[in-house]
Design a protein around this ligand. Structure first.
Ligand SMILES: Nc1ncnc2c1ncn2[C@@H]1O[C@H](COP(=O)(O)OP(=O)(O)O)[C@@H](O)[C@H]1O
Ligand SMILES: [Mg+2]
Length: 502
């Protein structure tokens, strides 16, 4: 299977102001091999491959490609050597066809003109050779994300890539598209391409890679044969301590409905209807997990329920009170909100941890009386919550913006879940959060449920949905298209509904 060494990196170091993003990292990739590059958010994975691909220049260290020391003064040079990178945000031109995109920059020319026929023929050939089915005449902007990604890969192959770097390629895919991509990667490897596959999903590493290199805080902490690895062993390498991957929870004891959403219609910022008749209920003491590919209206659904975004038609009712468009009034119904974009909606970066913890309650007892703030009460509450919610910080006066993603999220979770809640709305609550903090946040959501709150969990991560939800609702194009029991349904079935099938 694996052949000669294709790429070797020794001692790669990259410093950004105040951050040692890569600290003397070694990497080895053979021809025909899929190497997983695993690590938590901020571990340095993207920085490492950007150095290989010439986007960043290493401060120290050497790169050898096909036995020769190389420096890439930019992606153009890397591509010319036979390296290629599929970015998470595709670099395709939407109005152009598949074939036009693939040959862009290297167009076949006949008699001084772009030969469209020749381009389509060549694209058909490569597409058949690697089993990457596309229709060369389709307009790229009309295609689903999974197919657009194929076009990116074909573009790399067209340019003669011997090495392919994929940076978190599955983040934007449905489970089915992910499975298809993994099959394609195996085919490419069998054809001799060396592949660096970045992900933070252990399942994918175990499913497709030959070896895996783990980064933690900028350092290479180990390389393992995948066949000798388990999710527990890899998670431990990633985090530096053993972690519980499965959430412990008792069976739910659902009681009365708390949230009733009926035929809800909501518009996005461009005034387009993106929630188009969503209907769901969440009862006290249960977690309803809303699964869906991002961009199917879940953001607007959540914003409407929390009063941030106006409802067009239909209703959302909490304990009998219709939700209006005043977030503070919604909060006072006993609604907690863990937003998707914590930097934008959840925290004020320049404020201290203590002030962020009272962001919505600073005007209430005991933090203020008769309009005068009581700083001792604020500080005391902050000390308690920082301890209880395991926020790792030098002090409660530290500005929240200097915390890691996981600790920022814990500040929000502490603020929202430390009060008594009837309804907890959690949107992508562990996105960009380290594995250790994920475990903690999941346990807090279960605790809220067991204390009797209704929990609405919106997540694009099926592992999270299956780990936490007592019932699963699938959202597709602004509607709830299925309600499923996680104990009897499969990931594939959920995935099918997520993709609009089923
Ligand atoms: N262009 C940049 N400027 C400053 N800091 C950066 C830059 N790119 C990445 N970093 C920092 O380097 C560290 C590693 O980031 P990154 O390589 O993106 O991690 P990963 O891809 O594993 O999530 C992080 O602390 C990140 O904030
Ligand atoms: Mg990255």
């Amino acid at each position: 299977m694996a052949g000669d060494v294709l790429l070797e990196a020794r001692g790669l170091t990259k410093r950004f102001p105040g951050v040692l993003a890569n600290d003397s990292v070694d990497l080895l990739l053979h021809r025909g091999e899929i190497l997983g590059l695993l690590g938590e958010n901020g571990a340095g994975k993207s920085t490492l491959v950007k150095m290989l691909f010439g986007i960043h220049q290493p401060d120290e260290g050497d790169i050898y490609f096909k036995g020769q020391a190389v420096t890439n003064d930019g992606p153009g040079e890397a591509i010319a050597r036979g390296m290629s990178m599929v970015h998470q945000h595709f670099q395709l031109v939407p109005p152009l066809t598949v074939a036009e995109n693939i040959v862009l920059g290297n167009e076949p020319i006949s008699r001084g003109f772009f030969n469209k026929r020749a381009a389509e023929k060549r694209v058909r050939e490569i597409s058949e050779q690697y089993g990457l089915t596309v229709e060369p005449t389709d307009v790229v902007g009309d295609l689903p994300v999974g197919i657009q990604q194929r076009v990116e890969i074909l573009k790399a192959l067209y340019r003669g890539a011997e090495m392919l770097i994929l940076d978190e390629p599955t983040a934007v895919l449905t489970p089915q598209e992910t499975d298809e991509l993994l099959v394609i990667l195996r085919q490419l490897a069998a054809d001799g391409v060396g592949i660096i596959f970045i992900t933070h999903k252990l399942r994918e590493v175990l499913a497709v890679t030959d070896r895996v290199t783990v980064l933690r805080q900028g350092k290479g902490v180990g390389t393992a044969e995948t066949a000798n690895s388990t999710s527990a062993s890899l998670a431990e390498l990633m985090v530096g301590r053993s972690v519980v991957l499965r959430v412990e929870k008792d069976e739910a004891a659902p009681a009365e409905p708390v949230l009733i959403v009926n035929d809800l219609h909501v518009r996005d910022d461009r005034r387009q209807l993106v929630v188009e008749g969503a209907t769901l209920q969440v009862r006290a003491g249960e977690i309803l997990g809303v699964a869906g590919v991002e961009g199917n209206g879940q953001r607007e659904l959540v914003e409407a329920i929390t009063g941030i975004r106006p409802i067009d038609t239909g209703s959302a009712v909490v304990d009998g009170t219709p939700v209006g468009s005043k977030p503070r009034a919604v909060r006072e119904l006993g609604v907690a909100y863990i937003p998707e974009d914590r930097e934008k909606d959840g925290l004020v970066g320049g404020y201290s941890i203590a002030d962020n913890l009272v962001l919505a309650t600073y005007y209430e007892e005991p933090f203020a009386s008769r309009g005068v703030r009581d700083f001792d009460a604020v500080a005391q509450q902050a000390e308690e919550l920082v301890e209880q919610f395991d926020v790792r910080t030098p002090s409660i006066n530290t500005p929240v913006q200097s915390l890691s993603g996981g600790n920022k999220q814990k500040v929000i979770v502490a603020r929202e879940l430390s009060k008594e809640n009837r309804l907890v709305v959690a949107s992508q609550p562990t996105r960009g959060v380290d594995v250790g903090s994920i475990e903690f946040i999941h346990n807090q959501l279960i605790t809220a449920r067991d204390a009797g709150a209704a929990v609405l969990l919106v997540s694009a991560e099926l592992d999270e949905i299956f780990g936490l939800a007592d019932r699963i609702a699938v959202i597709y194009e602004g509607r709830i298209v299925a309600e499923l029991d996680p104990t009897t349904t499969t990931r594939e079935e959920v995935g099918l509904f997520m993709a609009g099938g089923g």
